[in-house]
Design a protein around this ligand. Structure first.
Ligand SMILES: C[S@@+](CC[C@H](N)C(=O)[O-])C[C@H]1O[C@@H](n2cnc3c(N)ncnc32)[C@H](O)[C@@H]1O
Length: 215
């Protein structure tokens, strides 16, 4: 039983609180990690249920690491689940987590949802991720909300940054108007959904457009 949606509906362990439409998105990006030896870093533990859901979904070899500012989240530790207490925008703290558990295969940012925090975490962690990893940010409706440092087309909101990332992803084709960056070289794709953006990492081989076939 590996359907996350079914897992969620039948959950009678710790509380999970998620938007319905997230479940197919999680499955789409996380299924390839099932039963592998992976590190899943969830930023924001809530009431602990999602940590347990990732453990059930990813299987017995996965290590689930939750980080949260709330001390009481330590209670969520169990076999395969570790919790570390700190602020997601504190890069010194993030560094200690990486040193202890290694570079994650999956990062899911479900923490404060403030634009400054999202960016600080992304700017530190994303460049560290290896090939074939996923960085997902959820609840990005906050990027449109003033109280989360967002707003429609507000400079610095994570959605506005993602619009620029689309250009950066395509920088090789910008005829010199945009210099390719490490993001260009190490990002295979970006997936934009209602309230979620997922980045799939991977280095590109030489880019060219061969023709095949006869005639
Ligand atoms: C939406 S809840 C997480 C829900 C959980 N992932 C789930 O799906 O059930 C957000 C969590 O982020 C934590 N949080 C808020 N600000 C934070 C920050 N700056 N750094 C780390 N965690 C933070 C809160 O304490 C809260 O537990």
């Amino acid at each position: 039983m590996n359907s996350l949606w079914l897992d969620f509906l039948t959950n009678d362990a710790r509380v999970i609180h998620k938007w319905k439409h997230y479940f197919p998105i999680y499955e789409r990006h996380f299924s390839r990690f099932v039963n592998r030896d992976v590190v899943f870093l969830e930023i924001g533990c809530g009431q602990g249920g999602s940590l347990q859901m990732w453990k059930r979904f990813l299987g017995p070899h996965a290590r689930i690491v939750g980080i949260d500012i709330n001390e009481s989240c330590r209670d969520f530790e169990e076999d395969q689940i570790s919790v570390r207490i700190g602020n997601q925008s504190d890069t010194a703290f993030l560094k200690t987590v990486i040193e202890e558990f290694g570079v994650p295969d999956i990062v899911l940012d479900d923490g404060s949802h403030y634009m400054g925090d999202l960016s600080a975490t992304f700017d530190y962690l994303y460049p560290l991720l290896d090939r074939n990893t996923v960085y997902m940010v959820e609840d990005l409706h906050t990027a449109y909300w003033d109280e989360y440092e967002g707003g429609l087309r507000r400079a610095g909101s994570f959605i506005e940054r993602c619009k620029h990332f689309i250009d950066e992803l395509n920088a090789d084709h910008a005829r010199g108007e945009l210099e390719p960056t490490e993001f260009t070289r190490t990002t295979q794709s970006m997936h934009v959904y209602d309230s979620i953006v997922a980045f799939e990492k991977g280095r590109h081989t030489a880019k060219f457009a061969p023709k095949t076939g006869r005639g």
